[in-house]
Design a protein around this ligand. Structure first.
Ligand code: TYD
Ligand code: MG
Length: 458
């Protein structure tokens, strides 16, 4: 392949420069120049990355285009399929990000074995030797006879193998190890990661395989990591998990072929990843009797309602600036809730350190947990447990109102399924028929919720 002349593009202003410099000559930002292949010249194959996709067919009328209802290829692991939106889509590119050691290679090997039963699959390993992959396969009791393996980090060779082998699903483990001869930058640099992913995407879109790119996220997050790829790929999945626990969550951050914020739950065992069929039970701590400061909420993760226990601890502060700490929830949201609690329910926490935790390392990003956080804090402050069998959900507004949340009925059904008998819910979420087995109690303001608590707390 002829070497393409590269340029250096500023990630801040987009300005180009023929040589690398510490400072961008256009906008004066420091350390923002990244090696790239110029995209202005349409005759250059590498530059015109999406030529095969779009330009070739010219302008057409949308209604004349057949929607391909891409046949899904199930991964054989229903929890993984859930986050993928039903399985792999031929020609689609999935980025699977996560901390090193979280279980990305394990998951993909398990999935490839199942897909491999019916379709051709290729596992490209750039990080581990074939022997290491084989050792893992043996440990997982994965039958390797259906999995084609390629140990290679050179992009052009990988592309050639993909064209020859024509797998239906291919895994690249990991994108950070690849390098393209078109660029001078080192493997793992932003330029290489971006260019390799773009080339692989181009192959996938031109009738190629479903490709899974593995990407390591460093603790600092961004550096040459998968984040630079998020806009190139179709689906972005992040593998999360508490280092202290064996549970692993896969979350869909972006999905052109399914719902976002979808959650898949696994447990890492001696025999690899095992699916957790009833994840709600996982996010509830298992203390028998109700304790102060604990309140169960029902969050909606993607299409799945999930019961999660919120724990709060309020303790007399001994420093001028009391602490406000959260695990799995937003700290700014906590500050807002404390202000609402003071202004609209007359409960002040200026002299208290406040700690709030969502059990088992789950991250809650939706405001539906607000009311539960508030009640857990009140319960801790008063040292009184909430009634047994109670779940609480509702968004809290700055005026002290309790606002409705999406899919109230499904949340109630999930809670009822797990044996909860009472639910404090936003009035606007009440329906006439209700949900069997659980009594919904409407609240519209937080002072009313606190009053209810005063009457019913143990
Ligand atoms: P791995 O899939 O190699 O992680 P990644 O590809 O994300 O870097 O998983 C590594 C960890 O998983 C390692 O610490 C060992 C553990 N593990 C098990 O607990 N059980 C198993 O069956 C396997 C294969 C790995
Ligand atoms: Mg790995």
């Amino acid at each position: 392949m002829a070497k393409v002349k590269t340029v250096y593009v500023c990630t801040e202003c987009g300005g180009q420069s023929p040589k690398w410099q510490g400072q961008c000559p256009h906008c004066n930002s420091w350390n923002t120049l990244v090696e790239s292949i110029p995209v202005t010249d349409p005759s250059s194959g590498a530059g015109n990355r999406y030529a095969g996709l779009t330009a070739a067919r010219g302008v057409m009328r949308l209604d004349r285009v057949d929607p391909v209802d891409a046949g899904r290829i199930p991964s054989g692991l229903p929890e993984f399929d859930r986050v993928l939106g039903g399985g792999f889509v031929p020609g689609a590119v999935v980025l699977l990000g996560g901390d090193p050691g979280i279980g990305k290679s394990t998951l993909l090997l398990q999935a490839l074995q199942k897909v491999g039963d019916q379709h051709s699959v290729l596992y490209v390993t750039g990080e581990e030797s074939p022997e290491q992959v084989s050792a893992r396969a043996r440990r997982l009791k994965v039958d390797g006879s259906k999995i084609a393996l390629l140990a290679e980090i050179q992009l052009e060779k990988i592309l050639a193998s993909l064209r020859d082998e024509k797998p239906l699903v291919a895994v690249i483990d990991s994108i950070q190890t690849l390098w393209s001869e078109a660029l001078n930058s080192a493997p793992g640099s932003v330029a290489q990661v971006r260019e390799c992913a773009a080339q692989l995407t181009r192959l996938a879109k031109a009738g190629g395989p479903a490709i899974v790119l593995v990407g390591h996220v460093t603790k600092e997050g961004a550096i040459a990591g998968p984040r630079v790829l998020e806009h190139i790929v179709d689906t972005v999945l992040y593998f999360e998990g508490d280092s202290g626990s064996s549970f692993r969550l896969i979350r869909a951050i972006k999905n052109r072929f399914g719902a976002v914020n979808e959650l898949g739950v696994f447990a890492m065992t001696e025999m690899g990843l095992r699916e957790v069929s009833n994840p709600s039970a996982l996010f509830l701590s298992h203390s028998g009797d109700p304790v102060p400061g604990s309140c169960v909420t029902v969050t909606q993760e993607g299409t799945r309602p999930l019961c999660v226990e919120i724990q709060a601890l309020l303790d007399e502060a001994h420093a001028p600036n009391p602490k406000r700490l959260t695990v799995g929830l937003e700290t700014n949201r906590l500050a807002m809730l404390l202000a609402v609690l003071h202004r609209h329910a007359g409960i002040a926490c200026f002299d208290q350190d406040v700690f709030v935790n969502a059990v088992a390392g789950v991250k809650i990003s939706e405001p539906a947990a607000d009311l539960a956080v508030l009640l857990a804090m009140v319960s801790s402050l008063r040292g009184k447990p909430l009634p047994a069998g109670l779940v609480v959900f509702g968004e809290v507004g700055l005026a002290g109102e309790v606002r409705p949340v999406q899919r109230g009925q499904e949340r109630l059904k999930e809670a009822a399924k797990l044996g909860f008998t009472k639910a404090l819910v936003p009035r606007a979420n009440m329906t006439r028929q209700g949900v069997e087995g659980i009594q919904a109690i409407p609240v519209d303001r937080i002072d009313k919720a606190v009053d209810w608590l005063r009457e019913h707390a143990l």
